[in-house]
Design a protein around this ligand. Structure first.
Ligand code: PMP
Length: 358
């Protein structure tokens, strides 16, 4: 009795293989310091485990709104931005109207839309990973999608799309979701648009700034839009522990976060430069906390060679346009050094073994 809609989907893949250097999920590489952990424990200890949490997560919402420089009325919290992506795909435009997605990008946009039976208008990115505007406009005018997802910066390519291209697509009547999951590493935003327009919302998340375990995603939009979208939100979607822990971290841990984010950006630039020095590796510039790279060898082979050296990255070569590509997250300095060394050795080994050459 499973619908054809669901049968035709492939489940979202995550990396579960063990490795001591895990650079596969764009996680924040640092856990929080002992004093913040102690405060968290103290607060968690007070939670009545038999009670439901605040269904609106009001206190956390205020803290998050303050953290992002907006008001509580502009915010919806989700169990990760993944959940918010589902809400948007449910609520924006009639379900028989298509969803525009530049590809390759974060797979949840397509999965959420397809689960709901929506058709996808997907347009491959240009060679430089920016949006193909002419190709997009042509398809948009033909198929009339009403909703579009833009990861800004894009995952897994790491670049920021041209703002003007997104605006031109929006001018065609496409409601724009600007997914700023990696905002802290790019500093670029559509916040003003999201606060002032009825055809644009932002997504942010706590996952990429040290709180992936808590599953807290953030939608920011104009009050009127937020009020409507809130109708599809499940009650109690933010667990009691998540509400409490995120509140402690966003009040007591801001300096720590700021300092580490700066360090990660510095490390990203270091890793980028070092990767460029490895012969045969083509690494792409990134505004996020990860780097996309291509080698002359099969991505599966590079992945296995790295894993044998205890370094886990993500093979993204199955995505359209990303033949022989892998993605590596920026970790702690010593993890990045381990990765660089392992990559250098792996590429040398693959070059030597002629039989494995492409
Ligand atoms: N958007 C993008 C672009 C992402 O890369 C990710 C996670 N990798 C998400 C959303 C999902 O984030 P969350 O953990 O908040 O569900």
């Amino acid at each position: 009795m499973i619908s054809n809609r669901v049968k035709s989907l492939s489940a979202y893949k995550t990396e579960v293989r063990p490795a001591s250097v895990r650079l596969s999920s764009n996680e924040f590489p640092y856990d929080f310091p002992e004093d913040i952990k102690a405060k968290i424990l103290e607060e968690v200890n007070k939670i009545p485990l038999n009670k439901y949490p605040d269904p609106e997560a009001k206190e956390l919402k205020e803290v998050i709104a303050d953290f992002f420089g907006v008001k509580g009325e502009n915010v919806i919290l989700g169990n990760g931005s993944d959940e918010l992506i589902y809400y948007i795909s449910m609520a924006i435009g009639e379900l028989y109207l298509p969803v525009y997605i530049p590809i390759p990008t974060f797979p949840m946009y397509e999965i959420s839309a397809k689960v709901l039976g929506r058709t996808i208008v997907s347009v491959p990115l240009q060679k430089d990973f920016d949006i193909d505007l002419n190709g997009s406009l042509e398809k948009i005018r033909e198929e009339k999608p009403v909703l579009g997802y833009f990861a800004y910066p894009n995952n897994p390519t790491g670049n920021l799309f041209s703002r003007e291209k997104i605006e031109k697509i929006r001018d065609e009547g496409v409601f724009c979701v600007i997914d700023e999951a990696y905002y802290h590493y790019s500093g670029k935003t559509f916040l003003e648009d999201a606060l002032n327009r009825e055809d644009t919302v932002l997504l942010r998340t706590l996952s990429k700034i040290g709180m992936a375990s808590l599953r807290v995603g953030v939608l920011i939009g104009k009050e009127e839009i937020v009020r409507e979208l809130s109708k599809v939100r499940l009650p109690f979607n933010i667990t009691y522990p998540s509400q409490i822990i995120a509140k402690v971290i966003l009040t007591e841990g801001r300096n720590f976060l700021e300092e580490k984010i700066k360090e990660i950006i510095k490390e990203r630039e270091k890793v980028y430069k070092e990767m460029k020095r490895i012969e045969g590796v083509e690494v792409f510039p990134s505004s996020a906390n990860f780097l996309l790279f291509r080698t002359p060898f099969s991505a599966q082979k590079v992945y296995e060679k790295l894993l044998r050296r205890d370094v886990l990255v993500r093979d993204v070569s199955y995505l359209p346009g990303l033949n022989r590509c892998l993605r590596v997250s920026v970790g702690k300095p010593h993890e990045n050094d381990r990765f660089l060394e392992a990559l250098d050795e792996s590429i040398k080994e693959l070059k030597e073994s002629k039989t494995t050459r492409f």
